[in-house]
Design a protein around this ligand. Structure first.
Ligand code: SF4
Ligand code: F3S
Ligand code: FES
Length: 234
């Protein structure tokens, strides 16, 4: 099939404002949008810039807006779009460095702010810190995050105020708050009870819809809100 690609282009070093370039490419319905971008870069314009690494939905580096929705270009098949017109733009709410590449630093600063690592200063047992199957299941869903930023950059609350810590950071916090081996849950809840914490979430659900790992993001945020409200981590 013949596909009409329209791609956001912007190089802040030379362009006064962004523009769109159009390309017509031959595609197989099972091609991924990433394949089309690679084709354009290899055959039409080597200056087209976008991030990618694994090409298999694991590294989280190629989040972009495809026909208006946040998706990983390496997981989005042409046939799933249901059209031969494909619009590719950078994710919203983060500064564009060039074309489809955004500055992820504000995103990672929010991530770091919730202490996204296991904290336990108690002396370790002889073998390991044991955990039951049920205790492990409690936070299983939020372990799947690949930090792609599809959720945070699809959230209207984040667009309205980029100081909002955002759903990805809350998912990262959830993963440790509900880990029975961790001892810093109360500290993370204190951080997220801030004016730019969980209560900036108005349950809009864009994050859950956008997550390529199918994490129940809004549910996880709700569980963190409940833990703050009740003072109980359970
Ligand atoms: Fe990406 Fe999902 Fe993690 Fe958000 S929760 S950063 S959408 S993998
Ligand atoms: Fe935003 Fe998701 Fe909440 S889209 S408002 S973080 S449910
Ligand atoms: Fe790694 Fe798409 S290139 S997730």
């Amino acid at each position: 099939m013949q596909v009409k690609l329209k791609i956001f282009r912007y190089n802040p070093e030379v362009d006064k404002k962004p523009h769109y370039d159009k390309y017509e490419v031959e595609a197989d319905p099972t091609d991924r949008v990433l394949d089309l971008l690679e084709y354009v870069k290899g055959n039409f314009d080597g200056t087209l810039s976008f991030r990618r690494s694994c090409a298999h939905g694991i590294c989280g580096s190629d989040a972009m807006r495809i026909n208006g929705r946040n998706r990983l270009a390496c997981k989005m098949l042409v046939k799933e779009l249901g059209t031969d017109k494909i619009l590719v733009e950078p994710i919203l709410g983060l500064p564009v460095i060039k074309d489809l590449i955004v500055d992820m630093e504000p995103f990672f600063a929010n991530y770091r702010s919730v202490l996204p690592y296991l904290i336990n200063d108690e002396p370790p047992p002889k073998k390991e810190r044991l955990q039951s199957i049920e205790e492990r299941e409690r936070f299983d869903d939020t372990t799947k995050c690949i930090l792609c930023a599809c959720c945070t950059t699809s959230c209207p609350s984040y667009w309205a105020n980029e100081q909002y810590v955002g759903p990805a950071a809350i998912v990262a916090a959830h993963r440790f708050i509900f880990d029975s081996r961790d001892r810093a849950g109360a500290e993370r809840l204190r951080i997220l009870n801030d004016q730019f914490g969980v209560y900036r979430c108005h349950t809009i659900f864009n994050c859950t819809e956008a997550c390529p790992r199918e994490i129940q993001v809004t549910k996880a945020i709700g569980e963190v809100k409940r833990a703050i409200a009740t003072g109980k981590i359970e």
